[in-house]
Design a protein around this ligand. Structure first.
Ligand code: HEC
Length: 142
């Protein structure tokens, strides 16, 4: 908690940010980013089903390199999550690493590793949703 508050203050000092909530009901960048992840996940499963390793590799790299939400939203997430922010980041890193592994496996034509990675990736997406989605949905839109 102590870490979170000082991180929060440091971010304000460094970036001179005014942390004001988004306008009522306004769609967050974070949610738009998630919708894009959902689309890429669709392309990924399409690529696997069609045995199209080029599509698998390109969707996997888009997932691995997804953009970050703006600093103001990241601050809001971290201040809402407090000490749980570490777990949140760890799942995000897991998604990145798994998507990179799928990308590499697709380039090598290793279909077993692609499929194993896909299962792991779905589990990581859902692990974060189960744990944090409800909690952050209101934080990001209020
Ligand atoms: C580190 C946490 C985390 C990870 C990892 C994560 N998500 Fe999400 N996702 C969220 C949260 C939080 C929301 C709710 C956002 C909101 O409602 O504002 C969400 C919402 C979504 C939505 C719904 C967006 C909408 O319009 O309501 C989709 C689709 C989605 N995620 C796809 C994915 C996919 C695909 C992956 C894995 C490749 C993934 N997410 C990984 C946290 C995560």
């Amino acid at each position: 908690m102590k870490y979170t508050i000082s991180g929060y203050l440091a971010a304000i000092l460094v970036f001179g940010l005014a942390v004001s909530p988004a306008a009522d009901g306004q769609e967050s960048h974070f949610r738009g980013m998630m919708q894009e992840l959902g689309r890429q996940m669709g392309r990924l499963s399409e690529g696997i089903m069609a045995d199209d390793m080029v599509l698998v590799a390109s969707s996997a790299i888009s997932i691995a390199d997804h953009p970050k939400p703006p600093m103001s939203e990241r601050i809001r997430i971290v201040s809402e999550l407090g000490t749980d922010a570490t777990a949140f980041r760890a799942i995000d890193t897991e998604v990145h690493d798994t998507a990179m592994a799928i990308h590499t496996a697709a380039k090598e034509g290793d279909r077993v590793e692609v499929t194993n990675g896909f299962h792991k990736l779905v589990n990581s997406c859902l692990a974060c949703h189960t744990r944090f989605r409800g909690r952050l949905r209101s934080t990001l839109t209020e």
